[in-house]
Design a protein around this ligand. Structure first.
Ligand code: ADP
Ligand code: ADP
Length: 219
C-alpha cells in the first residue's frame, strides 16, 4: 500500500528525520509514538505527500511520488490519502453532509454517486441524524466522526491521523478508537496514527517510536 525508504528531512542544522523506512498494508493500523518535537508530524506530512523529504523514496499504491507535478500530486493525494487532525478543520458554513462531500467534488465525481456515498458514510459512522447540522451544532465526538467520514469519502488507500483523539474526552476518544477498528475490519482501511494516547497506541497492530530522527519498533 505504502512504502517509504530512507526518508531524510532537515530544517537548517536540525536533522528531524534521519533515514526512516516505513511500510503499511491494507487493513493495518500503525501507531507512531514519541516525545513532543521528535518529528512525528513531519513524518506524517511527508508520508501524506503534504511536505517533501530532502532525500528518500515514497511509493503509494504502486505509484512513485517522485517527479509528479503539483497539480498531479494534489489530485493523487485527494484520491488516495485521507487526513484526520486533532482539530477537525471542518468548514463552519457547510453542513456535516456537505463537509463530507468536499473531497468528492474536488475529485470531479458525479452528484448521484457523491450523494449515495455520503449517505453510506453517515450510516456507517452513525451520524445520519446530524447530516444537516453545521459543525458548531455538533458535539466534539460528532465533529471528529464527520472529519473521519470526510477523510474516507474517496475511498483512500490510507488515512493519516495526527492526534485524532487529542481534543476529545475519554468516552469520545474510546468511541473514536473503536471506530478505527471497525473501519479496519469492515472496509480494510489502513491507518497511520500519531498519538500520545496509550489506549489508542495499544490497539494498533504495530507501534513505532520516533526518537533521535529514527523510527524503532515497539512491542
Ligand atoms: P512532533 O510532531 O513529534 O511533535 P514535529 O514534526 O512537529 O514533531 O517537529 C519536529 C522538529 O522539527 C521540531 O523541533 C520542530 O520545531 C521542527 N520543525 C517542524 N517543522 C518545521 C519547519 N517548517 N521549519 C523549521 N523547523 C520545523
Ligand atoms: P503538531 O502540533 O501537529 O506537532 P505543530 O504545531 O508543531 O504541529 O506545527 C504546525 C505547523 O507549523 C506544521 O506545518 C509545522 O511544519 C510548522 N512548524 C512546526 N515547528 C516549526 C518551526 N520551528 N518553524 C517553522 N514551522 C514550524
Amino acid at each position: 500500500m505504502l512504502a517509504a525508504k530512507n526518508i531524510v528531512k532537515q530544517y537548517d542544522d536540525l536533522t528531524v528525520l534521519n533515514g526512516i523506512d516505513f511500510e503499511i498494508d491494507k487493513a493495518q493500523i500503525k501507531a507512531i509514538v514519541g516525545p513532543s518535537g521528535a518529528g512525528k508530524s513531519t513524518l506524517l506530512h511527508i508520508l501524506g505527500t503534504l511536505d517533501d523529504a530532502d532525500t528518500g523514496e515514497l511509493v503509494i499504491n504502486n505509484q512513485s511520488i517522485k517527479g509528479l507535478n503539483k497539480k498531479t500530486l494534489s489530485g493523487f493525494r485527494n484520491k488516495e490519502i485521507g487526513f484526520v487532525f486533532q482539530f477537525h478543520n471542518l468548514l463552519p458554513e457547510f453542513t456535516a453532509a456537505e463537509n463530507i462531500a468536499i473531497p468528492a467534488y474536488v475529485a470531479g465525481r458525479k452528484q448521484a454517486d457523491i450523494d449515495q456515498n455520503v449517505d453510506e458514510l453517515l450510516n456507517l459512522l452513525d451520524i445520519k441524524d446530524r447530516a444537516t447540522h453545521k459543525p458548531a451544532q455538533l458535539s466534539g465526538g460528532e465533529q471528529q466522526r464527520v472529519a473521519v467520514a470526510r477523510a474516507l469519502i474517496n475511498s483512500p488507500g490510507i488515512v493519516f491521523a495526527d492526534e485524532p483523539s487529542g481534543n476529545l474526552d475519554s468516552k469520545n476518544a474510546e468511541d473514536l478508537h473503536q471506530l478505527f477498528l471497525k473501519l479496519r475490519n469492515e472496509l480494510g482501511q489502513a491507518f497511520v496514527i500519531v498519538t500520545h494516547n496509550k489506549e489508542l497506541a495499544q490497539m494498533a497492530d504495530e507501534r513505532h517510536e520516533m526518537r533521535d530522527g529514527k523510527l524503532t519498533h515497539q512491542l
